[in-house]
Design a protein around this ligand. Structure first.
Ligand SMILES: Cc1cc2nc3c(=O)[nH]c(=O)nc-3n(C[C@H](O)[C@H](O)[C@H](O)COP(=O)(O)OP(=O)(O)OC[C@H]3O[C@@H](n4cnc5c(N)ncnc54)[C@H](O)[C@@H]3O)c2cc1C
Length: 447
């Protein structure tokens, strides 16, 4: 259920060679008399910290939360690895995550979009032919609609003008929601010119089965990470950069800021002097999506034995697609579902009981009113999460691709920026975040 499979541009960096930790160890250098503070222990921060540590820099990672991983976050409270952030390796060929996963012991299962069953409201099974025809048409539309777009118009405005009959069609609302909004952002804010930007790795898609945070723990293994350290100020006026966290000040020669775009948008960290105006503009212009995930468990499975179950309600972006967890974890009777964009933000105001009732209404429509209530429900609230304020970046109306590069630009060769939102080719992904961390570490090494 991914727009990424429609992106027909040249696949870049197919031969990216990620310097895996074991290789770094073999090129370890003598200690270097330079210190680095990395703000944030997500995959970008940890990748940078590990590379610099291996090179002999004195590195400290300051992380606001009580655990590493950031948006690689796995909830194991039910004895199942429920990934609250990233779940998939998008395209395994040449993807640095493939290699990391192997070294870290992260297990995966190949998902196939076509292994699905689609329901309309009233429990009516939609024919594969109907679904496949619409899906193929969407692919064509996504490869051409940008030619009709403009810098000031949203994807939704241009799409609705071109295809007025689809605006209220349930299947089309579903397709746009799961293939476009899921990957990018709110359609009424998404750029009609740049909605299809971003490169892809080739190969199949794999879902992680034992928790994406496995990679974060692996990367953190040889790095000095200080947890529960919320950074509130970064002062780069003097030779050494001063970083304030929990009322104390630490100094370093270089600082890498990896906090999410949402955190930068909220001005949660005070920079002195203020950041250059092009960086401030980039922070403002790039969009931040919200995707929330919900895991429901039962004692027995009552649903179809397929990987994906799609449902096409009237309300867009609402619990319209279910991942059958049992397919890759046979002992677990669980479904994972999603909410996107504004609807996702709305779910954060609902109680657990309300969310469960809404999801159950969709399942009852498909499988009958006698299906049992779930035994448990886990959920995310990424929009109100103070460590992220959203899920990942996207190209909003007003975004230019140079804004990603402006995000990545170093300031005074002292302040560096990594994170998915700084990676012009692979923004919004785990691999993009990883590559950004390696990139910033290399900049410091090159100085
Ligand atoms: C719901 C969801 C689904 C996703 N699905 C996929 C997927 O299937 N495949 C994929 O490739 N990608 C996916 N992604 C995207 C991927 O998870 C992210 O792009 C990637 O994990 C971001 O890494 P990062 O290092 O840039 O940021 P983060 O992981 O967010 O790391 C930033 C760190 O900074 C910390 N921090 C914040 N503020 C402060 C502060 N003031 N002081 C100190 N520390 C602070 C945070 O706690 C966090 O640990 C998904 C993301 C979400 C949310």
């Amino acid at each position: 259920m991914k727009r990424r499979k429609f992106i027909t541009k040249t696949i870049k960096h197919a031969g990216v060679i990620a310097l895996a930790p074991s290789l770094w160890a073999s090129c370890r250098k003598e200690p270097i008399d330079k210190s680095v503070i990395v703000i944030g222990a997500g995959i970008s921060g940890l990748a940078a910290a590990q590379k610099l540590t291996e090179k002999g820099y004195k590195v400290t990672v300051l992380e606001a939360q009580d655990k590493v991983g950031g948006r690689l976050r796995t909830n194991r409270t039910l004895g199942i690895a429920f990934d609250e952030g990233a779940s998939w390796i998008h395209g395994i060929t040449g993807n640095p995550i493939t290699d990391l996963a192997q070294k870290a012991g992260m297990t995966t299962f190949q998902t196939v979009d076509e292994n699905r069953k689609s329901y309309d409201i009233g429990g009516v099974v939609r024919s594969s032919a109907t679904y496949d025809t619409a899906e193929a048409e969407l692919e064509t539309i996504l490869n051409t609609l940008m030619k009709k777009g403009s810098a000031t118009q949203s994807f939704e405005t241009v799409f609705n003008a071109q295809y007025p009959n689809y605006a209220n069609n349930r299947l089309w609302k579903f397709l746009l929601s799961t293939y476009v909004t899921f990957d990018t952002g709110d359609l009424d804010k998404l750029s009609s010119l740049l909605y299809n930007e971003g490169e892809v790795f080739g190969g199949v898609e794999k879902i992680v089965t034992n928790g994406y945070d496995t990679i974060a723990h692996y990367l953190a293994g040889s790095v000095d990470v200080q947890l529960n350290r919320r950074v509130t100020q970064v002062d780069y006026t003097a030779d050494k950069v001063k970083v304030t966290h929990n009322g104390t000040v630490s100094e370093a020669d270089y600082v890498i800021v990896t906090v999410p775009l949402g955190v930068l948008k909220k001005n949660s960290i005070l920079f002195t002097p203020t950041l250059p105006s092009n960086k401030q503009t980039a922070i403002q212009k790039l969009g931040m999506n919200c995707v929330n995930k919900f895991l429901l468990t039962w004692s027995n499975a009552f649903w179809d034995d397929v990987q994906y179950i799609s449902y096409t309600p009237e309300i867009k972006d609402k619990f319209n697609y279910f991942v059958n967890v049992k397919k890759f974890n046979p002992s677990v009777n669980a479904l994972m579902t999603f909410a996107y964009a504004d609807y996702a933000r709305q779910t954060e105001t609902l109680t657990d009981a309300q969310v469960t009732a809404d999801i159950m209404a969709h399942l009852k429509d498909m499988y009958g009113t006698s299906i049992p209530n779930p035994t448990n429900m886990l959920r995310t609230k990424w929009n109100s999460n103070e460590n992220a304020f959203g899920s990942y970046s996207y190209t909003a109306v007003g975004t230019e691709m140079k804004h990603f590069d402006d995000m990545a630009a170093a300031v005074n060769n002292k302040l560096f920026f990594a994170g998915e939102h700084t990676e012009v080719d692979y923004f919004s992904t785990a691999h993009g975040a990883y590559l950004s961390g390696i990139r910033e570490a290399q900049k410091i090494i090159d100085l």
